[in-house]
Design a protein around this ligand. Structure first.
Ligand SMILES: NC(=O)c1ccc[n+]([C@@H]2O[C@H](COP(=O)([O-])OP(=O)(O)OC[C@H]3O[C@@H](n4cnc5c(N)ncnc54)[C@H](O)[C@@H]3O)[C@@H](O)[C@H]2O)c1
Length: 326
């Protein structure tokens, strides 16, 4: 089977490529390398191209004739999306639409979409079930929610089928330590903590210590990137065996506060890095935890790395080896 992976040179996409290669899929990555890295591909071929380049996208899909498309390529920073909404709607919503049009032209009918917990905004209830109303509170979340709506409508209009996976906080690195997280600038908690532990940052800032949580800091559901990639493989097999279009949360169903993650990282690294308490960031819900029963039940997804110390340890092994200072 041939799989076309947009954004496959990025953090999650590169772990996806590793998981697909392990299963014997034929992989073509399409990535403009705006935030990705060509050397993050442990397998497959790379076409360096932009999703906005309709001609290159169309001819690449035509030549490769994939059985499915996995769409990771996007901009991912919430704060930046507030400052530059147009570029987020262009890259995350419009380019997804162009990709779907190019797929329709080539008769490609299976699609897996990287959605996000940000589509929920401030959730009505926690753990969050997939049926909660989507009320994104920033352009990043809205740009993804639009795509979900488009997918729903397209699937009703023909025999196109998709799975949309709403990731909570992807974290950790390849257990074989070939690839890991390399965002620049980095905005995610665990790599920021580890950069503080390495001395590459002066300290780790905790944004908000007065939230209505047991220790006052935000709680998030951290999912190991290898378990996340495995969820995509399950989703792919589900679509190939005739499964109907659907949406699933990807998280473990329990969360950790920022202070708990800091303490776990101190235990894993053995380094007592400095921490500074700072003010809240706008738009951070106090608790985001997935109800993950639907994906476990429907796709038979069974996480293997549901352990905060293990997640941090894989990320730490990668950080120690990683020469980049992103
Ligand atoms: N990292 C997380 O915790 C998280 C959480 C929820 C959802 N997601 C979603 O997962 C996906 C991957 O996130 P990531 O953390 O791996 O990000 P990333 O920035 O590491 O990867 C994105 C990749 O897409 C490529 N890309 C971006 N725009 C492109 C374009 N116009 N044409 C071609 N390639 C383009 C980049 O070069 C990069 O390789 C995104 O869609 C993101 O919204 C991530």
């Amino acid at each position: 089977m041939r799989i076309f992976v947009t954004g496959g040179a990025g953090y999650i996409g590169s772990h996806m490529v590793a998981a697909l290669a392990e299963k014997g899929f034929d992989i073509l990555v399409y990535d403009n390398l705006s935030t990705g890295h060509a050397d993050a591909l442990v397998s497959g071929k790379l076409v360096v191209g932009d999703l906005g380049d309709a001609q290159l996208l169309g001819s690449t899909l035509h030549d490769f004739r994939p059985d499915a498309v996995m769409h990771f390529a996007a901009f991912i920073q919430v704060g930046e999306s507030v400052r530059e909404p147009l570029s987020y709607y262009r890259n995350n919503s419009m380019n997804a639409l162009s990709l779907l049009e190019a797929m329709a032209k080539e008769g490609i009918k299976h699609f897996i979409f990287s959605s996000t917990a940000a589509v929920y905004g401030n959730p009505e209830r926690v753990p969050i079930t997939e049926d909660q109303t989507l009320r994104p509170i920033n352009p990043y979340g809205s740009s993804k929610a639009f795509v979900e709506k488009i997918l729903e409508d397209v699937s009703h209009a023909g025999d196109f089928r998709y799975v949309s996976l709403r990731y909570f906080n992807a974290a950790g690195a390849d257990p074989l330590n070939r690839i890991g997280e390399r965002h620049d600038p980095e905005t995610h908690l665990i790599p920021l903590i580890l950069k503080a532990a390495k001395g590459e940052r002066e300290s780790l800032a905790i944004h908000g210590t007065d939230y209505p949580t047991p220790d006052g800091t935000c709680i998030r559901d951290y999912i190991h990137v290898t378990d996340l990639a495995a969820a995509h493989v399950q989703a792919l097999e589900y679509l190939f065996s005739g499964g109907k279009s659907d949406v699933f949360n990807c998280g473990y169903g329990h969360g950790y506060s920022v202070r708990e993650v800091v303490n776990a990282a101190r235990a894993v690294t053995g380094i007592n890095f400095p921490v500074k308490e700072a003010g809240r960031r706008e738009g951070d819900p106090p608790v985001l935890v997935a109800d993950s029963s639907k994906i476990k039940r429907t796709l038979n997804w069974q996480p293997r790395y549901d352990d905060l110390h293990l997640i941090i340890n894989t990320a730490w092994e990668w950080e120690k080896k990683n020469p980049y200072r992103a």
